[in-house]
Design a protein around this ligand. Structure first.
Ligand code: BG6
Length: 455
């Protein structure tokens, strides 16, 4: 780690994200060989004593399976400051309380982050200050551009970490090793051999009390605009010459620039739906529109599908189907590369006719290759076999990885400004078509596989 980050300052310390994801991730990082002692400052709008805050930190560290002397020392020395981060004076007070160079982590709703960044312009930031920002970055292309301009008035791009925790998931990162360390895959990785790519993130979780945020975002913005388009960029990018921040993120941005709704038709390439009442794992769920805090007039989708075309030599004509939704029957979370069928199967070889398929599962982490081979009985009858391997979990969870990036000053796993803007540019026409109701909103029963008409 670069020694210069002295303090991790979490703005929004009282929130759910801090408790469930950030602090457990930090605890894992501190426990690992990559950790070192830092000062942890929690900042929130509501009052909390230092002792209450420290006990929250300890509990979240425990939830993340953390127990080292180092994490205990960090929790014990940690402090809480009550502040309104939209006020320059309060921000100054926070910066004065930080030891050494601070990393400011905005675990805040987007409009509060924007207000805090505007106020930071009126404060003198210590040299080297690092900013970590949670998605969503803006609410459309224009607001993302404005936020990016504002951020670079504060600190240089290399000190800005736009967090997308999917880039910290070990299976997502495995795409790099699989593609670029094995001739067998990278050679077939192109339109000539690949029929289509599916990137699916179906969740059994429903709204979980997040109406305040989710009802304005919906599945397209919450999952596809950010996470799944970035996963797609790793799957589809040209080989970078290294995996340092500039090379890797340059390749990701380049392929995103070539991506558009399939055949430029935002209506035909997209589908949306929302769940009605149902049962998941024996638990009854109300219809989405009856959930607390939901405004049915917003017509927010809880399931979205978008087909993307990548207009370059490698991918012309290959559809990338991106899909994500909530309250579905199964946690199907995977990247599926379906190969084209062979140009000619020798007459006499009978049986399975489906082409080979490579599946990277994100939950649990595994890779499976479905192949057709000669079966047990007649040697000329094809059977389907699966070659598979499960991955051991990464040393750190996704938030441990992204925090490591922030504290070590490595932006490789953070999203560059131009990539964020490209992701908004890609979904922009779809959001506009949906707002005009050019695509009907379908229904599906919570606990089902999605609308029957989609299958
Ligand atoms: C978040 C979304 O970014 O990612 C959530 O806001 C979603 O709606 C979550 O549930 C999925 O990621 P993970 O890693 O928690 O499965």
């Amino acid at each position: 780690m670069v020694e210069h980050i002295g303090s991790l300052v979490i703005l929004g310390a009282g929130g759910d994200l801090t408790k469930r994801l950030l602090l457990p991730g930090l605890g894992q990082l501190l426990d690992s060989d990559r950790g070192y002692e830092i000062q942890l400052l929690g900042v929130g709008f509501d009052p909390m004593t230092n002792a209450e805050w420290q006990s929250r930190v300890r509990q979240s560290f425990k939830d993340g399976g953390t127990s080292s002397a180092r994490s205990k020392a960090v929790a014990k020395a940690s402090r809480y400051l009550q502040a309104d981060v939209s006020k320059p004076d309060d921000l100054q007070r926070i910066l004065d309380a930080a030891t050494g160079v601070p990393a400011l982590y905005f675990a805040l709703p987007p409009h509060v982050t924007i207000a805090a960044c505007a106020s930071l312009e009126k404060v003198k930031l210590p040299k080297g200050t690092v900013l970590g920002l949670e998605k969503p970055f803006g609410t459309d292309l224009r607001s993302a551009e404005a936020l990016n301009r504002q951020l670079t008035r504060l600190v240089p791009e290399k000190q800005i970490h736009r967090i997308d925790h999917f880039l910290g998931k070990s299976t997502v990162l495995n795409v790099l090793g699989l593609r670029f360390a094995n001739r067998i895959f990278e050679n077939v990785w192109r339109a000539e051999n690949i029929e289509c790519v599916d990137i699916v993130f179906d969740e059994t979780l429903a709204l979980e009390g997040r109406a305040g945020y989710y009802d304005k975002a919906g599945a397209l913005v919450d999952m596809i605009q950010s996470h799944l388009l970035l996963v797609m960029s790793l799957v589809a990018m040209e080989p970078p010459s290294s995996i340092d921040a500039d090379d890797l993120r340059g390749s990701m941005a380049q392929v995103l620039r070539a991506a558009h709704p399939w055949k430029g038709d935002a209506v035909a390439s997209s589908k949306r739906a929302r769940y009605t009442a149902g049962t998941i794992d024996g638990q009854k769920l109300p219809s989405y529109v009856k959930e607390k805090g939901v405004d049915p007039a917003l017509k927010t989708e809880t399931l979205a599908e978008l087909t993307i075309g990548i207009e370059n030599w490698r991918w012309a004509g290959v559809p990338f189907h991106l899909r994500s939704g909530k309250a579905l029957a199964d946690k199907r979370q995977q990247i599926v590369i379906t190969l084209k069928d062979v140009p000619h199967r020798p007459y006499g070889l009978i049986g399975h006719t489906e082409p080979a398929k490579l599946t990277l599962d994100l939950n649990p982490d595994s890779i499976t290759l479905d192949l057709n081979i000669n079966g047990e009985g007649s040697p000329f009858t094809m059977d389907r076999v699966q070659l598979g391997v499960n991955f051991a979990p990464g040393e750190l969870g996704p938030y441990g990885e992204v925090l490591y990036g922030i504290l070590s000053g490595d932006t490789t796993l953070s999203v560059r400004a131009d990539a964020v803007e490209e992701c908004w540019r890609i979904v922009g026409p779809v959001l506009a078509a949906w707002r005009k109701d050019a695509v009907p909103i379908d229904d599906y029963r919570a606990g089902s596989a999605g609308p029957a008409s989609w299958r």
